[in-house]
Design a protein around this ligand. Structure first.
Ligand SMILES: [Zn+2]
Length: 333
């Protein structure tokens, strides 16, 4: 039995047909965790869908109305890059409910992982890049509304920049003497690391960190609190050094009540939509690093999965399953 809860439902499956996004990965991760004895049935909690009220904490009423009535324009549907259906709307409301549950469990148990979610390309007024609803932002806003947390930090390690996250939390930033003022980030380039670029500024109640491949979707990257624009082809050691520096810098500037880790599997070297060169072992070290930092500072951490498009789906399942194993190794001791 795990010392924390996993959040999962068979209805996390996204009904999008034959698509580069492997919608069956969630069920396959769950099955792998059980057949390999990492987890048992009692470790899983079944989420409820988010309410419309929860979704409206992040998304614009016009957009939510279009989703609920099936009245997106052809252009809006094309931008989402997944085929609209009522069932798909339900799957995204459930993903948001799963992230809310994982956030709540993380506050109770120090860590919780939703075997789904991480739809970081969804904006308040539109969806894009396979993302309809920003489940992580909904969870953060719900925890704040319930007075469970005041501040949060997102750590997005998907190979694609968290543009929706940056846009959502930029729009609500307010100047406050109690919070770090807007300033250029102080992240330093790790010794001997290849040329990458750090950009950053922050003022607000949610601090956003994104490590991503610079030459990749989205073309326009709205500023996160810290962006690490990685060059093509970066490998394990350099990536881990950049991540370590970004986490240290972020946590020097900001004290989150909750850390939201977006554990994308697509920085993997055999990913179809990514151009970095991380190994399966390197990705597990990445997960361990995030968990070790959170544990050392006593910051609860909730995890979502985001992307993963390995040529062989078994690799994506292994990378996502390893995130649970890494959490077990770090939090069991
Ligand atoms: Zn991605």
């Amino acid at each position: 039995m795990l010392p924390f809860k996993l959040v999962y439902s068979d209805a996390y499956y996204l009904p999008i047909g034959n698509h580069v996004f492997p919608a069956e990965k969630y069920r396959r991760v769950r099955d792998r965790l059980i057949t390999t004895g990492v987890a048992d049935a009692n470790d899983f909690l079944e989420p409820q869908p988010a309410t419309d009220q929860d979704i409206l904490l992040v998304h614009k009423p016009d957009y939510v109305q279009k989703l609920k009535t099936g009245t997106l324009s052809p252009r809006e549907e094309m931008e989402m890059e997944i085929p609209y259906s009522r069932d798909l709307v339900e799957a995204f409301w459930l993903a948001a409910g799963g992230s809310i549950l994982a956030a709540r469990q993380a506050l109770a148990d120090k860590v919780s992982i939703s075997i789904g979610g991480g739809f970081h390309h969804a904006f308040p007024d539109h969806g894009e890049g396979f993302c309809m609803i920003h489940d992580v932002a909904v969870a953060i806003r719900r925890m704040q509304r319930d007075d469970k947390i005041r501040t949060a930090m997102t750590v997005d390690c998907d190979v694609h920049q968290g543009n929706g996250t940056a846009a959502i939390f930029a729009g609500t930033r307010t100047a406050s003497a109690l919070l770090p003022s807007s300033s250029v980030s102080t992240v330093e380039r790790p010794a001997n690391a290849p040329q990458g670029k750090i950009r950053g500024a922050h003022a607000g109640d949610v601090f956003t960190i994104s490590l991503h491949q610079h030459n990749n979707y989205p073309v326009y990257k709205p500023p996160s609190s810290i962006d690490v624009d990685l060059p093509d082809g970066i490998g394990d050691d350099d990536y881990l050094a950049w991540l370590d520096n970004a986490l240290s810098s972020g946590l020097r500037q900001f004290e989150p009540d909750l850390l939201c880790y977006v554990a994308g599997a697509d920085p993997y070297k055999d990913d179809q939509l990514g151009g970095l060169e991380l190994t399966i072992d390197g990705l597990k070290k990445r997960d361990r690093l995030v968990f070790q930092v959170a544990r050392a500072r006593n910051i609860p951490v909730m995890v979502t999965y985001a992307g993963g498009y390995a040529k062989n789906i078994e690799d994506t399942v292994t990378i996502h399953s390893n995130t649970v194993i890494a959490a077990k190794e770090v939090f069991a001791g």
